[in-house]
Design a protein around this ligand. Structure first.
Ligand code: ZN
Length: 276
């Protein structure tokens, strides 16, 4: 599933190439999670602005004489975006949305169709506002301090792992990244949020930022290997220290890594290095 780093890498791979391009046509294929919300024809000739990201959503501002707004993209469970600068290959059965622009053909491939592309008049108007409303802070936003994370944790009695996955305090910690950040911070994933001290929140925030920026860097290098730069090149995984290593020795202390299930997801941790 594309996580925040994959979406950020997609943004980095596309932003420069799409900025200032004009929409020539839009092809809507099989229904995605939500409908586009406007007639595809009304997007013709609009100019693409600076791509931005909020959580796992990409925002593509579009403007022209007749209208102004943008498209909110989500890759769902299995989506990826590719910009074909030359003539694209024929559409495959999983290519469900296509935006042809003066910079090339941007194609959403999404076998499971949980992804979406939808029009919104602005980021702070519906439907974008409604979809983004429940999102926690951006992990790299400087206004997210350890104290802000601590305040968010104090109000919750769930485990820290479940809170990270829920994404309502801070976004971006998908299952792998949450496990890895908690390992690096030395926090047992079953620890109740409200019991985390400020110094531990500080370590957690730092660990989460490290893990996510490693993934973005790794994804960026994957990206440079493709001529037709593929956003969301699928999965470029960080070098996991605990994730997927059940029963193997902890790289720090050699205790066997344990696996438990939390919120229907596997959690991997070292019972010795990670304390409650
Ligand atoms: Zn250990």
């Amino acid at each position: 599933m594309p996580e925040l780093p994959e979406v950020e890498v997609t943004r980095i791979g596309l932003a420069d190439r799409l900025r200032g391009a004009r929409v020539r046509s839009v092809h809507v294929g099989s229904p995605l999670r939500w409908p586009l919300g406007v007639s595809a024809r009304t997007l013709h000739d609009l100019e693409i602005g600076e791509l931005s990201r909020r959580g796992k959503y990409l925002w593509m501002p579009l403007s022209g004489r007749a209208r102004k707004g943008g498209l909110l993209w989500h890759l769902g469970m299995s989506g990826s975006l590719m910009l074909h600068e030359r003539v694209p290959p024929p559409r495959g059965r999983h290519d469900h949305f296509e935006l042809v622009s003066s910079a090339g053909t941007l194609r959403l491939t999404d076998p499971r169709r949980f992804g979406a592309v939808l029009w919104s008049d602005a980021l702070d108007s519906d439907p974008a506002r409604r979809l983004l409303a429940g999102l926690g802070a951006e992990p790299f936003d400087p206004s997210l301090t350890a104290r802000a994370l601590h305040d968010g944790c104090k109000r919750r009695r769930t485990s820290i792992k479940a809170a990270l996955l829920a994404g309502d305090i801070v976004v971006g910690a998908g299952n792998i990244y949450a496990c890895e950040a908690l390992f690096r911070a030395g926090i047992d994933p079953r620890t109740r949020c409200h019991r985390l001290s400020l110094p531990r929140c500080e370590r957690l925030l730092q660990a989460l930022r490290e893990v996510l920026s490693e993934a973005v860097t790794l994804g960026g290098s994957t990206l440079r290997n493709f001529r037709d730069a593929n956003g969301g090149a699928g999965e470029f995984q960080i070098n996991a220290r605990v994730y997927g290593r059940e029963g193997q020795q902890c790289l720090r202390c050699r205790t066997p890594v344990r696996r438990v299930v939390q919120a229907q997801r596997s959690t991997f941790f070292c019972p010795h290095c990670q304390a409650r």
